[in-house]
Structures are given as C-alpha cells and as structure tokens.
Design a protein around this ligand. Sequence first.
Ligand SMILES: Nc1ncnc2c1ncn2[C@@H]1O[C@H](COP(=O)(O)OP(=O)(O)OP(=O)(O)O)[C@@H](O)[C@H]1O
Length: 252
Amino acid sequence: MTRPILNVTGLAKRFGGLVATDNVSIDVRPGEIHALIGPNGAGKTTLISQLLGELPHDAGSIELEGREIGNLSTARRVHLGLARTFQVTCLLPDYTVLDNVAIAIQLRQGHSFRFWGNVRKDNALRKKARGFLRDAGLDDRAEVVTANLSHGEQKQLELAVALATEPRVLLLDEPMAGLGHVESEQMIAMLRGCKERVSMILVEHDMDAVFALADRVSVLVYGRIIATGTVEEIRENAEVRTAYLGEGEDLC
Ligand SMILES: Nc1ncnc2c1ncn2[C@@H]1O[C@H](COP(=O)(O)OP(=O)(O)OP(=O)(O)O)[C@@H](O)[C@H]1O
C-alpha cells in the first residue's frame, strides 16, 4: 500500500470540558481525496485548524512526508507543504484577482508581504499567477477587483490562492458552501483536475460532492472517527447511518 503523505495519530483537543477532537487518527495518500464528514459541531473545523497549527493540540502527532510537524508554527507547516481554504472567504477584496494569486506565489517564495507592490511589475510572476487562475477557471476575471466577484468566483479564487502556494496537502473546509448547482459542478471538476498534483482532506456537508470526489471517507461524530472506508463502505455502514443521519435513512 502507498505510504501516506500525511499521517495523523491520536490527535486531541479540549475546550475546557468539551472534547472537540478525541484520539483522531487519519491519513492521506498521495493523489488521494480523503473526505471528512460529520454532523455540525463534530470537530471537523477544529481538526483542520489543528493540522495547520492554528490551534495547538493537547495530544497526538502529525507527520507530513514522514516528518513530525505537530510542534511547528503554521508558517513552517505551510512552507513544508500544507495549505487550507476557509469556510468563509479570506481574500484581499480591494486587489485584483490576479494580484491575490501573485501575492500568494510571492509569499510561497518567502517574500515579505510588504513588497506586494512588486507583483504588478513582475511579468514572470504574473504569468505564473495566470496559470493558477486558468486551473481555477478564472482566466477571464484576472483584472477584476476581488470584491466584485460573485460568491462562487471567490471560492474559485480561494482555490487558486491555495494552489499558488504549491501545497503537498490541501485542507478544504466546505468548498461547496453557498455554491449553486452549476458552480458546485465546476468546483467538483476543478478539484478532480487538481488531484494528481495535490492530496486533499475535504471537509464537506454536500454529500453529492463527497461521493463524486472522495477516494475514502472518514466519519467524525462527537470528535471521534467512527468509520473510514470507500464511498460504498461508508454508504453501507449501519453505525454511520445511525450516528450521522438517524437509523433507516440513506446516506445520499
Ligand atoms: N474556540 C473554541 N472555543 C470553545 N469551543 C469551541 C471552539 N471552537 C470550536 N468549539 C466547539 O468544538 C466543537 C467542534 O466544533 P467544530 O467547529 O470543529 O465542528 P464542525 O464539525 O466543524 O462543525 P460545522 O460542521 O458546524 O462547521 C463544537 O462543540 C464547538 O462549539
């Protein structure tokens, strides 16, 4: 079996008396989309924040390509190849679409944010940024001010910004949230197109998207992973149906 690129073991997080993640073990293989599903409040976003180091963990280990990263800062983890997209958009609204991606490339290259002005003069940088915009389906929106994008386009831009950091593993927190049917289909196609380059953990409530994209699915309930398996295995798992949707209901 292929060695995981990301290997998480026994991760835990408490908020006072509340156990948000409880002995969570999950791995991601190269080129894999591993979906993480579960009811509201199950601990999915907490887990993503722990992986990126935005929240310190109380126990457990996080290995990226065989290296323990659980004690590193978020910036170091990003530098080593982790990236995330957010449930709520996190872009520079007053800058153009192309600027946003170019700035992300610059940050990846280790430049300080205060030199952002250079992004408008650096042709090689702008060419590279256009490549990421193409991948995200935003080629023709490059010069638009980000605040003027539709919600769906902002989600596409978030993906382009995340890809511009050239991550090894991308952590996606509800990329389909707020998207209409056509936009969701576009996002699914884009994520599928990125699979060869970047492994992903996909937190998502939209089951159509999960079942269309995931190689494996893990189910988180009250901070614990109760099942991991292929889409078919998860669909047929009685414990998952009971815990996640209520007995007798189909997971569809
Ligand atoms: N900073 C915090 N302080 C205290 N409690 C928190 C904090 N962040 C999250 N929690 C709690 O931890 C639990 C897990 O929350 P989390 O947001 O990770 O769940 P989730 O699975 O991502 O939910 P959703 O699907 O609604 O986004 C919840 O009970 C939440 O109220």
